[in-house]
Design a protein around this ligand. Sequence first.
Ligand code: NAD
Length: 429
Amino acid sequence: MATTKITKKSDGTLEVPDRVDIPFIIGDGIGPDLWHAAVRVFDAAVETAYSGTRGVSWKEVLAGEKAFDQTGEWLPQATIDTIRDHYVGIKGPLTTPIGGGIRSLNVAIRKALDLYVCQRPTRWFKGVPSPVKRPELVDMVMFRENTEDIYTGIEFPANSEDGSRVKDFLQHEMAVDFNFTPDTAIGIKTVSETGSKRLIRAAINYAIEKNLPSVTLVHKGNIMKFTEGAFKNWGYEVAETEFSSHTYTWSHWERTKAEHGELKANSELKAAETTGKVIVKDVIADNFLQQILLNPQDYSVIATLNLNGDYISDALAAIVGGIGIAPGANINYQTGYAVFEATHGTAPRFANTDSMNPSSVILSGVMLFEYIGWSEAASLIVRALQDTILQKKVTVDFFNQMTGGELVKTSEFATAIVDKIKVDFDRSI
Ligand code: NAD
């Protein structure tokens, strides 16, 4: 019998069978409501796009509260093994266990599979209420480094024995000139050349593959020179050494300007833009947060460190309608492993209310379908979601911000999309 598992070909790309098993984690809090809605949309899109010649068998694996109740573990090893065995998975939001040594189940999954890219696309769907005047100008894909930075959890509390040993070492062995007091807590920021370069490499590859105009390195290198400043420098190095025929960098522009004057540098840049080269540039993180409001059209693919990425992705999500419509993926482009997930949490107050917006999970599924090459199913979903919002059938998060909307439940919103998928497809044939 033919396999129903994704496998890896000798050239490193994924081989996806027409009947494919994909593991899913249902998630805690609002997770089950969103999943039950989203999976109906996924199945309708696949069935419609491929007239039954392709199909997904969703295979549940356990994590979070459901796993704890059934197995006594928050994240059973079998869950990680199954996702690894199938290459891709999709998950709902998970509660962060209080105590017990796990800081976050999401971080634990990313770590176990070394999912070093946190990819978050942000685009606006017509009709979605937005706090800005021109949300249609926002069309960005963020590549956030997922394994390093101050997120590694290397921290020592104020007034602790360990903390004072670290402070002693810094003061006495490293001659650090800072007035550490006993009540100074301390955290360590780690940024490696390998970690930075693989993230930026993935971002540039993505821009080239999708024919996008630029990659912007967002950093705070003016202050943190050896970590964030190095991230920027390594980014330019990757672009210039590995992608020289596909990219033009601002650091190259600076060198040309210094050697041959601004006129020559500008004409090089213009030529690069007109021949479709990806422009690799950089922006300081605080400036970037105002630029996404003032000149969002200037940015396309973003490569940034973990903490900057965390802030920026929520700010971007707010511009295009909030976290109810913000999808995400955690990917290792070297091994092929990928876990798709909404960016929001479990919103426990709304668990089992059938009221929250499932677009975040639905669009995470769109990313999954694109990742496995089922772009026809992905496009059908995007179009039907857009049509449903244009009809003003919306969940409470959008309803509260618009006039003349029709408030629908999570499940009803999914039904409307499923109906649209069928209508849109019939109309297009
Ligand atoms: P949250 O994202 O769960 O909710 C914040 C608010 O955002 C909610 O009260 C709700 O108003 C809104 N919201 C969230 N999802 C929505 C949706 N789909 N549609 C409409 N509105 C939506 O953040 P929180 O309350 O800070 O965290 C709750 C729990 O989730 C915590 O245990 C946290 O650790 C966990 N968490 C998990 C993930 C993840 O699994 N990826 C991410 C963040 C937080």
